[in-house]
Design a protein around this ligand. Structure first.
Ligand code: ADP
Length: 442
């Protein structure tokens, strides 16, 4: 943060602070001015009534200023309205001129106000000096206008010096007060800045933790799949062979129900074979290893995947936004697999939700030597609690037997092998979007 910015922030904070203190100061002034009737009673009982009226008038004027302080204009001029404290000074000066002039002990009241302005009021240095000097000027005028003039001169000099000392002391006090406030404010701004930095680091850490968790899960599935593949592939293969042989048997050809059973058994075995081959993606994954691909045009992969999902995409409006050149490096077949998965997931979700005008928009753009692809549908979206889980192997919201929940986790692994990241965003009931990135072919 620059010093100027800091100073601007300080000024606005100071304005609020001053406003609150100005009100407090005004209330204190009203109370002290009114309580002064006690002084009049002790020192000038003959003027008791006239002075009491003056005190009430001054108090009312100060109260008027308090009302103004609550308005927008009051806010703007708060520092100068604080000079309302001059009203009691004028009153005291008038009382001095009306009574004993230089000899009046009321000059102590002027001194008190000068001190209070430095200690209790949020005056700036200049305001404070102006206030002190004006107070002294009022004192000089009061003595001049007194019937007996400036007499005795010695007392006038002593009182003058005391008033000027008070003004100087109050000025020094104000100067250090203001510096302390500035340092405090700067510390506050620095703490806020550091807190904001910490927040960013925290968010990054949460992100990294999420990614590491995902990678760990994938690696665990990979190890499990490697073992399973070995154990499952052989028996599945000889079961399939046995079924084929059984289907050729005359008894099987004669019995319709037997043929049906064998066809079912064969389909079941084929499904197991597909699952096993899907799991291969995890089994042969080397963490961190990037794909050794060949250059291909992403646009062509997009066309192929749309052709291959044509059946599922019936009735879905397909739109796209592509740059001229989409040459990327990677495993074209695997990327087509990812797109097929994203398109069929979107189409299925929209069909299931009965989306009125189903549409899928694919946006493709280059950024930092990588091609960024977003596939967005206007379907039912994904609930926040499921958004991170959709990439988990075997996570599915489909009915039993309809989906394995492997599609997105395999796609995630494919994109990861390309040094990219697949992630989902969604607004429930509005849309879902899946984004990934691929390296540019040099
Ligand atoms: P499967 O399709 O077998 O369920 P996937 O891993 O491909 O497995 O998807 C996991 C889950 O993610 C789906 O069951 C579905 O709940 C959710 N999903 C994926 N794509 C979308 C989408 N476009 N809109 C809504 N939900 C989706």
């Amino acid at each position: 943060m620059s010093t100027n910015q800091l100073y601007a922030g300080y000024k606005s904070e100071l304005a609020d602070f001053r406003l609150a203190f100005s009100r407090g100061g005004a209330y204190t002034a009203i109370v002290l001015v009114l309580l002064g009737v006690g002084l009049d009673y002790g020192q000038y009982p003959q003027q008791q009534l006239a002075f009491a009226v003056a005190r009430v008038v001054v108090s009312l004027l100060i109260a008027g200023v308090v009302v103004v302080l609550y308005s927008a204009i009051g806010r703007r001029f708060a520092p100068w309205l604080t000079l309302t404290w001059l009203l009691p000074q004028i009153m005291i000066a008038w009382m001095i001129s009306q009574t004993e002039g230089v000899q009046s002990p009321y000059y102590v009241g002027l001194n008190l106000a000068i001190f209070a302005s430095g200690i209790a009021l949020p005056f700036g240095l200049w305001q404070n000096l102006v206030f002190g000097l004006l107070s002294y000027l009022l004192y000089v005028l009061a003595c001049l206008f007194h019937a007996g003039g400036i007499e005795p001169m010695g007392t006038f000099i002593v009182n003058s010096l005391f008033l000027l000392f008070a003004a100087a002391a109050s000025g020094v006090y104000t100067f250090f007060n203001e510096r302390a406030r500035f340092i405090l404010f700067r510390l506050k701004a620095e703490v806020a800045e550091k807190n904001a930095e910490l927040e960013v680091i925290n968010r990054k850490l949460v992100d990294i933790k999420g990614q590491m968790l995902q990678q760990e899960k994938m690696a665990a599935i990979g190890t499990l799949a490697a073992g399973l593949l070995h154990e499952v592939n052989n028996p599945v293969n000889f079961c399939l062979m046995a079924i084929e042989v059984a289907m050729e048997e005359p008894q099987a050809k004669e019995s319709e129900s037997l043929t049906e059973c064998l066809v079912d058994a064969k389909q079941g075995m084929q499904r197991i074979q597909h699952i096993v081959s899907d799991l291969k993606t995890f089994a042969y994954r080397k963490p961190g290893a990037e794909v050794e691909g060949t250059p291909f045009l992403f646009e062509k992969a997009l066309d192929s995947s749309i052709r291959l999902t044509a059946h599922e995409l019936r009735g879905v409006k397909m739109t796209r936004e592509l740059p001229d050149d989409t040459l990327v490096l990677g495993d074209e077949a695997a990327v087509i697999g990812v797109l097929i998965n994203l398109f069929s997931n979107a189409a299925l979700a929209m069909r299931k939700a009965g989306t009125a005008a189903p549409a899928i928009h694919t946006t493709v753009r280059w950024a930092d030597s990588r091609l960024h692809v977003t596939v967005r549908d206007n379907g039912p979206g994904i609930a926040a609690e499921n958004l991170a889980r959709v990439f988990e192997p075997f996570f599915t919201t489909r009915d039993v037997g309809q989906g394995l929940g492997l599609g997105l986790s395999i796609s995630y692994a494919v994109i990861e092998r390309h040094g990219g990241q697949l992630f989902a965003e969604s607004e429930l009931g509005q849309w879902a979007a899946f984004s990934f990135d691929l390296p540019r072919a040099e």
